[in-house]
Design a protein around this ligand. Sequence first.
Ligand code: GUN
Length: 287
Amino acid sequence: MSATIIDGKAISQQIKDELKVKCEALKEKGIEVTLAVILVGSDPASQVYVRNKKRACEYIGYNSLSYELPEDTTMDKLLELIEELNSRSDVDGILVQMPLPPHMDEKKVINAIDPSKDVDGFHPMNVGALMVGDKGFVSCTPAGVIQLLKRGVPDLDISGKECVIIGRSNIVGKPMSLLMLRENATVTVAHSRTKNLPEVCKRADIIIAAVGKAGVITKDHVKPGAVVIDVGINRTDDGKLCGDVKFDEVSEIAGAITPVPGGVGPMTIAMLMNNCYEAAAMHKLGE
Ligand code: GUN
């Protein structure tokens, strides 16, 4: 038996097309959606991410403002720009591409963004809102995983399922655990100190791998029929993109699985676009 492949590219396209329709409806009311994107320095991967975010805005019909600052920009200058964008009523979302150059304090930068414009969902106020079940922006990658599960495996009822998340980062593992809890899953967060990882993972009906190491999740970690979501984006020695999961062997036994590329990756931008819409609806429609 071989797994259903969950098509993240198609699902992200579906979400972007839904947002395009909603954006047109806003425009008919005279409301525009605007995302400000800040990139400091010239990291090639960050440049690609930022370009893709701007392209997605263009596709849906949002305005994007682009701020490309030199590597040696001071913290004060960056904070000044964030302050200006915070106070502008036309700007709905502010995104500062990470990582920042080493002389900058990422936490301080995140804390400076108005939580109502924090479309990345990184501000402690939004993280706290997720923790206590209040409305707020949710980090885009874990939010995208929920959509992949709901839209890509429509007959999966998450409630009561055993979910094992591998990884405990602030951007993926921790918010992922809260989102799965919100869906009434029984959640285990495994990490680098977890003992007997294969045994822990084998309990899972749903495995979410966010380790950042190529191919660490093998068929020995997976219960037959389990749903496997691979958040990893790694490069092999020969430069090929690959996930945390050994796709060839795990897809033989899993019930459903995301590929890399074409799984979780495209969902992050789709959910960012969704957060921008929500920000505009909140600021400009009072929703
Ligand atoms: N760098 C890598 N992923 C992200 C992301 O989702 N948001 C921001 N701002 N920076 C990133």
